[in-house]
Design a protein around this ligand. Structure first.
Ligand SMILES: Cc1cc2nc3c(=O)[nH]c(=O)nc-3n(C[C@H](O)[C@H](O)[C@H](O)COP(=O)(O)OP(=O)(O)OC[C@H]3O[C@@H](n4cnc5c(N)ncnc54)[C@H](O)[C@@H]3O)c2cc1C
Length: 306
């Protein structure tokens, strides 16, 4: 390991051969999350080539500076104190999409709505559920995101991951260990992409199904406000939203954080909420639901910088 007294930020800029406009220091992560909450990351970089990602992985390994991949920040709560490390987002060569018959290679940086729309236009079925999920393919793989009875892992044949040595490994579906809103992919430095097997079908029918899912989602979930999707995982055989509603918690507020009146499993940043407000509200909901129903709710939203 290098002497930590050396300025790692200068070393990083040098390694990435990056002008200061690309490597941003003291970047507010509230700008990069759907919650609109969170302090600053020491550094933030939008990675556009595999070579840059390799350089970052090796930098992380050599300097022991934490690196967090931020997809679209739609399932993320960042601490008020921020993140002591480098936040990265995958763009460019890491956000590409290629189709060969019904086999689709997709970079982790591709957005789910873009994937969903592109596939429906080509008459490929399997990702209609994803138009209303404002995340990236990387985030969907990590979280095994899903809706309407489908999960992202269901359509995945392989996942490519990068180790902190910069080496790539192709994992099989089984090696990715997909479970309900969870996968085994968190143990790698970064997920770089996946291969999907979709079903050929009629483009018009697929598009109609995709739009019907989207309409239903927008009608039943708070879409316009700042939030991070479902805060809690559904307990087996039940729905977290139903339990929260049954406990009379819809509309409950702590500081600037509020339980949505549209859907009880969504916490909104309705008035300059802090991460502390959100976590206090989470704790209150967990305590009330446990007391009144006996169920222990587990959070789905990932935390960064705590
Ligand atoms: C309005 C709204 C509706 C939503 N609806 C749904 C829904 O119906 N179903 C559902 O499952 N979810 C839903 N979500 C939650 C969220 O969109 C999904 O979990 C999504 O898959 C997260 O993707 P992301 O790119 O935003 O991930 P982020 O929030 O950026 O990150 C989530 C986690 O994945 C990690 N990560 C992201 N990309 C990578 C990568 N390439 N390599 C390694 N780690 C990575 C991050 O470090 C973090 O730990 C919703 C969210 C919102 C705001």
């Amino acid at each position: 390991m290098e002497n930590r007294t050396e300025n790692w930020k200068d070393a990083l800029a040098h390694i990435l051969q990056s002008p200061s406009s690309r490597l941003r220091l003291a970047e507010p992560l509230s700008k990069h999350t759907h919650f609109g909450i969170g302090g600053e990351a020491d550094a933030y970089f939008e990675v556009s080539t595999l070579a840059e990602l390799v350089a970052l992985a090796r930098f992380h390994r050599q300097w022991r500076i934490p690196v967090a991949v931020i997809g679209r920040g739609s399932n993320l709560l960042v601490s008020d104190a921020g993140f002591n490390g480098i936040g990265i987002r995958l763009i460019g060569a890491l956000a590409q999409l290629t189709v060969d018959g019904n086999t689709v290679s997709v970079g982790a940086g591709v957005s789910l709505p873009r994937l969903s729309k592109a596939m429906s236009r080509r008459g490929l079925s399997g990702v209609e559920f994803a138009l209303g999920i404002p995340g990236s393919v990387g985030g969907a793989l990590i979280m095994n995101a899903g809706a309407w009875g489908s999960s992202f892992g269901d359509i995945v044949t392989n996942v490519t991951v990068m180790h902190d040595t910069g080496e790539l490994t192709e994992l099989s579906h089984a090696q990715a260990r997909f479970e309900y809103r969870h996968s085994g992919l968190t143990e790698y430095f970064c997920v770089t992409g996946a291969t999907l097997a979709l079903e050929p079908g009629d483009a018009e029918t697929i598009t109609e199904r995709m739009q019907a899912f989207y309409k239903q989602k927008v009608a039943t979930q708070p879409f316009a406000e700042e939030n991070a999707g479902c805060m809690f995982k559904n307990p087996p055989g039940d729905s977290a939203g139903r339990l929260i509603d049954a406990c009379g918690l819809k509309g409950h507020r702590i500081g600037g954080a509020e339980v949505s009146t549209v859907h009880g499993n969504f916490i909104l940043n309705s008035d300059n909420a802090t991460a502390a407000d959100v976590l206090n509200l989470v704790a209150h909901i967990q305590q009330q639901v446990k007391e009144k129903t006996g169920v222990s709710l587990q959070t789905e939203v990932k935390r960064l910088g705590f």
